[in-house]
Design a protein around this ligand. Structure first.
Ligand code: NAD
Length: 295
């Protein structure tokens, strides 16, 4: 009889995170502060619009001051930089996020670097990334921060474990690997990071006690790439055509869930795994920024 893995539910963990935030928001209210999050959306990218709407809805639900600035696709880089400069100065704004991707004529890195690191709730600013690498307190990129919360919530030990991260993006793979090597209880792991230039990737993934897949390649991690009893965190959110669905597609992860579920000890589903954590951690970073403003 195959074992059923523990399903690591981002819905449950994000609810717990938000419950804690509700208390902290109430405490801030006592001090006359309402955490404020401003999202800047440039252009009409349909996926970005969905993400921003969801961030807006969830911020409002939690009692944050949520603002979305919707700018036209033609917005010039200088115009955007001037808007960020203004938001940096606004006391009621504790968190600024610029939804990526930006239109091609705008240098995204320049825009990220214009955000005041004190308000960098996405954790993409080089100051935030530097603090993360050095193990200093700062804003941690939301998806890796959410994965840490999932591991903590389910008491999954990382110390001494071999963590293999698939993917080296600036927002998931790199910060994830750096978090796992930190000298603290939710770190202390031995980390391997694999990417598109890694020969024989399966050689590495098969050794993972904890496998974190963040490649953006639909269901490419199958049973032959996973060690028996491993913990698998599937970050991927990929659309694949599915004529049987009304909307014509379904969402799948980077991991072939059905193929590996009987082999692993725990796994995040897609959807409902890492996904809900990302916005929860964005809200968490915003509340943290508001708390910092009291100091
Ligand atoms: P990205 O495209 O910026 O980076 C993907 C990385 O994976 C790259 O470094 C690339 O070299 C590597 N890669 C791609 N294919 C590979 C393969 N076959 N083998 C090994 N390495 C490979 O993507 P990202 O922004 O890091 O996102 C990764 C995935 O996670 C996407 O599916 C994205 O939609 C999803 N995502 C989910 C959340 C969430 O909230 N759950 C948040 C961010 C990203």
């Amino acid at each position: 009889m195959p074992n059923s893995p523990l399903i690591l539910s981002g819905k449950i963990v994000s609810s717990a995170v938000k419950e804690d935030l509700t208390k902290r928001i109430a405490a801030l209210k006592q001090q006359g502060i309402k955490p404020g999050l401003t999202a800047v959306l440039v252009g009409e990218d349909p996926a970005s619009q969905v993400y921003v709407r969801s961030k807006e809805r969830q911020s409002e639900k939690l009692g944050l001051n949520s603002q979305v600035m919707r700018l036209s696709e033609e917005t010039a880089e200088d115009e955007l930089l001037a808007i960020i400069e203004k938001l940096n100065e606004e006391k009621a704004v504790h968190g600024i996020l610029v939804q990526l991707p930006l239109p091609r004529h705008i240098d995204a890195q320049r825009v990220i670097e214009a955000i005041d690191p004190e308000k960098d709730v996405d954790g993409f600013h080089p100051v935030s990334v530097g603090k993360l690498v050095l193990g200093l307190d700062g804003f941690v990129s939301c998806t890796p921060a959410g994965i840490l919360e999932i591991l903590r919530y389910y008491n999954i030990e990382t110390e001494g474990k071999h963590v293999v991260v698939v993917g080296r993006s600036n927002i998931v793979g790199k910060p994830m690997a750096n978090l796992m090597i930190q000298k603290r209880p939710s770190g202390n792991a031995t980390v391997t990071l694999v990417h598109t230039r890694t020969p024989d990737m399966g050689f590495h993934t098969r050794q993972a006690d904890i496998l974190i897949a963040a490649a953006g390649a639909p269901e490419f991690i199958g049973a032959e790439m996973v060690k028996e009893g491993a913990v698998v965190i599937d970050v991927g959110i990929n659309r694949v055509d599915d004529a049987s669905r009304e909307r014509g597609y379904r969402l799948v992860g980077d991991v072939d869930f059905d193929a590996i579920k009987d082999r692993v000890s725990a796994i995040t589903p897609v959807p409902g795994g890492v996904g809900p954590m990302t916005i929860a951690m964005l809200l968490s970073n915003t509340v943290k920024s508001a708390e910092n403003s009291l100091e």
